[in-house]
Design a protein around this ligand. Structure first.
Ligand SMILES: Nc1nc2c(c(=O)[nH]1)N[C@H]1C(S)=C(S)[C@@H](COP(=O)(O)O)O[C@H]1N2
Ligand SMILES: [Mo]
Length: 347
């Protein structure tokens, strides 16, 4: 996001024609994607999935993904479907599976939108452990299986708004971050939570790249009340099945009222601290990317309009540009956390 001047932004990021073309290219060259032929051939049924469909009705193609390890299959047998009211559901139509899993930002795999899908085939998500450190009574290194044991999986349909002015509607599978945090019993000194993404140079070509702009690991953070908010979600799946690598497998954060860069992927470390952590994009360019990063049409960004967004998918025939809402439309549930803050100063 950072180093691209407007003149560097690829047409694929701004024109509906190119978005459409990229999708066609993918469909014709599905072999490059490790999704496999089965998933590709079943895409149309998923692309037509509607918000009101049952979880199973949405899932057929995604369901053909094989689990990262055997124990995942059990965990995914019992998923509570999304309710039919806000904020855990939205009446807007879903962004098709193919767009959600091909148009990605995951710089560890490269900077082009299609890189995460085409270059993550070697990425290993099992075994996976998460290190819990800092202000908690139960620090340690935990297997993901053990972290997931006590949590109940549910589906949530959320809007995702990237600071680059595009947005999607995604049916996630996961559990509230609060359910994970409580397991480790934070102390009264825990005022912030810091997250880190894995660094695996062997399987992440973006990390080996000499032109990478991020100093790894990718880091993000939340204030404790934000982390405990019922909307803050840890996703381990989407469209009824296991999370594809390009979307942050095996476990990634989803904070629907903040710009997408807060929703850190493939988490291996969670640190509880008294002070506000440094975060990747804020370190790189503080005037463009704040720590809070609440979606806010009134806070200007030097390179992308923040009062409008392109809702994906777009085709040659429909360029869906809609108004961006304060807190991405979730204000009723989150605005109270910022009552005494100037949102223009703490952007
Ligand atoms: N580790 C890591 N997490 C990341 C990113 C990244 O480059 N690396 N990109 C962020 C950005 S800018 C966005 S918009 C979302 C995109 O999530 P998606 O590809 O699942 O739609 O992931 C976020 N999480
Ligand atoms: Mo983003």
């Amino acid at each position: 996001m950072l180093i691209k001047k407007p003149s560097d932004i690829k047409p694929s990021e701004i024109t509906p024609e190119s978005v459409y073309k990229n999708r066609r290219e993918f469909m014709l060259d599905g072999s490059k994607l490790l999704l496999g032929a089965a998933a590709t051939s079943a895409l149309p049924s998923v692309a037509n999935a509607q918000n009101g469909d049952s979880l199973k009705a949405r899932a057929p193609a995604a369901m053909r993904r094989s689990p990262p390890a055997a124990w995942w299959a059990n965990k995914f047998q019992d998923i509570k479907p999304a309710p039919d009211s806000e904020p855990f559901f939205t009446g807007e139509s879903l962004t098709p599976y193919e767009d959600v899993t091909i148009y990605n930002n995951f710089y560890e795999f490269g900077m082009d939108k299609s890189d995460p899908a085409t270059r993550s085939g070697e990425f290993k998500t099992d075994p996976w452990s998460v290190e819990i450190t800092g202000e908690v009574s139960k620090p340690g290194t935990y297997h993901l299986e053990d972290i997931l044991k006590p949590v109940d999986l549910e589906e949530r349909i959320y809007r995702l708004r990237c600071v680059e002015a595009w947005s999607m509607v995604i049916p996630w599978i996961g559990f509230p971050l609060a359910d994970l945090i409580r397991q480790f019993e934070p102390t009264s000194k825990a005022k912030f939570v810091e997250f880190e993404t894995i660094i695996d140079a062997d399987t992440m070509p973006g990390i080996r790249s000499r032109t990478a702009i991020v100093s790894w690991p990718y880091r993000e953070g939340l204030r404790m009340d934000e982390a405990m908010n019922p909307l803050t979600f840890m996703a381990v799946g989407l469209y009824g099945s296991y999370l594809p690598s390009q979307n942050g497998a095996p476990m990634r954060l989803v904070v629907p009222w903040k710009y997408g860069f807060k929703s850190i992927k493939s988490i291996v470390k969670i640190n509880f601290r008294e002070t506000q952590p440094n975060t990747t994009w804020n370190d790189l360019q503080a005037n463009e990317y704040g720590f809070y990063a609440n979606v806010n049409p009134a806070v200007h960004h030097p390179r992308w309009r923040q009062d409008m967004e392109r809702r994906l998918p777009q085709t040659l025939f429909s360029r869906r540009v809609i108004e961006t809402r304060l807190f991405n439309g979730y204000g009723e549930h989150v605005a109270h956390m910022y009552d005494d803050m100037d949102l223009a100063q703490y952007y």
